[in-house]
Design a binder for this molecule. Structure first.
Ligand code: SD4
Length: 343
């Protein structure tokens, strides 16, 4: 059974001034500002983005703050609190893209707390789009970011020690576990499970601001226990994130290799350009991933979320248990169990 259940959390203190929503209503059914993020921990990301959007600020600033908030959360699945690679090092990937198609990405970045901000700095101050590894770290240090200690967070260390007992690379199917519901804030699940592990490693945020501009970001510690040097979809423009201010934006979570194969978020945005709703566009992109080998697709997860210029949102995943969080005028909604291919 497909289910699409909404929970609702009032955040009335952060309501948008009427003067700003008035113009949206006057020009037809555009819902703005609005911000959406992957997973239940999207409430942390959206919570940082919303005050900027609510006072009429830029979507780009909002999504960067969303990334910073989630990278700051040592108990979360992204940033330096995340799971390490199989050699015991946390390596981070992130990207950001704005309404003018400016974009910046960093990959295989070590010991830097805010890869999303390094990506923005790269975007705004250099002619380049993508830096990796030591070069990305060097760029960060030259721009005032600090070198953080190498040690794993206590919960990541615990999870890694357990993983070392077998040391098998078996990516988990990314889901939000029903039994964790309500153990975070309100109806939301916490990013880390009680045994210290977690079921997803990536946060993507998309925002439409009061001015009608779209931006997005994606930040991750990548698949836990990956090979050293492995980079997933998250920092790749067109795979983990794509923004086109004429159409909308999309971001992804799940097994990055599968998203890279089809340039997943670019595909979602192109499907929206051809007239599909965000949900239908996400669905078609998921079908593109599944089609070559439906049997194999049973073994992994990919979920897309998308937003269009009218502020319509949607999502679709391969497996059950893909949640996302929406914050708009009036509050934050958690959307549990996005529609999925194997329902
Ligand atoms: C990756 N897409 O590195 C990321 C992992 C992820 O929830 O989304 N985990 O492939």
């Amino acid at each position: 059974m497909k289910s699409n259940r909404r929970s609702f959390l009032r955040l009335s203190a952060l309501a948008v001034p009427f003067s700003q929503i008035g113009s949206a209503l006057a020009h037809g059914p555009v819902k703005k500002p609005i911000v959406i993020s992957t997973w239940d921990s999207g409430q942390i990301a959206n919570g940082a983005a919303w005050p900027i959007l609510a006072r009429g600020g830029k979507a780009l600033d909002a999504v960067e703050q969303a990334g910073i908030a989630i990278e700051n959360d040592i108990n979360c699945c992204v940033g330096l609190g995340g799971n390490p690679d199989r050699d015991g090092y946390v390596t981070l990937d992130a990207c950001i893209m704005d309404e003018k198609s400016n974009c910046g990405s960093v990959a295989f970045l070590e010991r830097i707390k805010h890869p999303v901000s390094v990506a923005r700095k790269l975007m705004e101050t250099t002619p380049h789009v993508f830096l990796a590894g030591v070069g990305a770290q060097q760029f960060a240090l030259q721009n005032g970011f600090e070198l953080e200690p190498e040690a794993l967070s206590p919960s990541a260390q615990k999870t890694y020690d357990k993983w070392l007992e077998k040391a098998e690379y078996k990516p988990v199917i990314n889901i939000e576990l029903e039994q964790n519901k309500g153990k975070g804030h309100g109806p939301f699940a916490p990013a880390r499970l009680e045994d210290g592990s977690f079921n997803h490693d990536t946060m993507g945020t998309l925002a439409l601001d009061a001015n009608g501009d779209v931006s997005g970001m994606c930040t991750t510690s990548g698949m836990g226990f990956k090979m050293r040097g492995r980079v997933g979809d998250s920092p790749i423009i067109g795979a983990g994130l794509f923004v086109d201010n004429e159409v909308g934006a999309a971001t992804s979570s799940g097994q990055g290799e599968e998203v890279i194969r089809v340039c997943g978020t670019h595909l979602v945005v192109e499907f929206m350009r051809s007239g599909l709703s965000p949900e239908k566009a996400c669905k078609k992109a998921i079908e593109r991933i599944v089609k070559p080998n439906p049997e194999r697709a049973k073994t992994f997860q990919v979920g897309f979320i998308a937003i269009n210029k009218k502020g319509e949102i949607g999502a679709y995943a391969i497996q059950k248990g893909f949640n996302y969080t929406v914050t708009e005028q009036g509050g934050a909604h958690k959307i549990s169990n996005a529609k999925c291919y194997f329902s």
